[in-house]
Design a protein around this ligand. Structure first.
Ligand code: CP
Length: 310
């Protein structure tokens, strides 16, 4: 693997290999007092974040450190980006300074793809840690790892993705990955929060959450992304929550084995009730835990495996 920019077009065999590596790493490190592997000793990983993050940035840093890489975090707000430096010059600077891998989060869709072009000559790997409303491939991989752990397989499984699909890079990456792995994806959202061209995606669409829940093996609740909304997409937070929030009454409509996911950060009381988020059906904490192993696996496939770019 040279870069990880999207799940759209990602070979399902490669995705499965990443999930297998993550599972192996998880078992290797389980119960160890010292969680340190020498795999990436001497390699330099830089996180370059132009948007806020808790889970993604921290778990990439832990992933790199557990594999003995040198990890450096650059945030746009405290770097020379604030003095007007362009994304291209920033990227070339990081590559010249010795980055083997740059992990980027950026508000512009396509930013990671552009970066990979600029860094091709330097041979620096690029990971998309979320670009605008486009993709967030490592989130989808950690969601898939969590679902595989809980459900065993994807074939014939019906996964609901609920809420603000329009602004969600998590939804987009999951649609492509989960369907490529054999699951059926159902989008449940008001018409105003579905993207144009939804009919060309490998999904079915519904506007009625109550009607879909009894046939779902998993339900992924999405955060309402107020920061990307310019205009009224629904009448009020209360009405959104009544129509699309996963509350205790709705949770009872799910099959007993069904898994509840949320990529975080959660808006408790809006798209998900606290009683649901903290219930045994919820795999939200496992998602975060698996995120570290999945990101270790991604770094391994980029920088250390036989198929790696370097
Ligand atoms: N799920 C996710 O990307 O969370 P962060 O924004 O905290 O990284």
């Amino acid at each position: 693997m040279k870069h990880l920019l999207a799940t759209d077009g990602l070979d399902p065999a490669l995705a499965t290999a990443v999930l297998d590596t993550a599972e192996e790493l998880k078992h290797t490190l389980l119960g160890r007092e010292v969680r340190k592997l020498p795999t990436l000793r001497g390699r330099t990983v830089i996180t370059l974040f132009y948007e806020n993050s808790t889970r993604t940035r921290v778990s990439f840093e832990i992933a790199g450190k557990w594999m003995s890489a040198d990890v450096i975090n650059v945030s746009a707000s405290s770097s020379s980006v604030n003095k007007g430096e362009s994304l291209r010059d920033t990227a070339l600077t990081l590559a010249a300074a010795g980055a083997d891998c740059v992990i980027i989060r950026h508000p512009a869709s396509g930013a990671a793809q552009r970066l990979s072009g600029w860094l091709a000559e330097a041979g620096t790997a690029v990971v998309n840690a979320g670009d605008g409303t486009h993709e967030h491939p490592t989130q989808a991989l950690l969601d898939a790892a969590t679902l595989r752990e809980r459900l065993g397989s994807f074939e014939g499984r019906r996964i609901g993705i609920v809420g603000d699909v329009l602004h969600s890079r998590v939804a987009r990456s999951n649609i492509h990955l989960l369907s490529a792995l054999g699951a059926e994806v159902v989008l449940v959202a008001p018409p105003t929060l579905l993207p144009a061209g939804v009919e060309s995606l490998p999904v079915t669409v519904s506007h009625e959450l109550d009607a879909e829940l009894p046939a779902l093996d998993a339900v992924m609740m999405l955060r309402v992304q107020a920061e990307r909304m310019h205009g009224g997409f629904f009448p009020s937070a209360r009405e959104y929550s009544i129509a699309y929030g996963l509350n205790e009454r709705r949770m009872k409509l799910l099959p007993e084995h069904a898994v509840v996911l949320h990529p975080g950060p959660m808006l408790r009381g809006m798209e998900i009730a606290s009683a649901v988020a903290d219930s045994p059906a919820s795999a939200i904490t496992e998602q975060v835990r698996n995120g570290v192993h999945v990101r270790m696996a991604v770094l391994y496939h980029l920088l250390a495996s036989e198929g790696a770019a370097a």
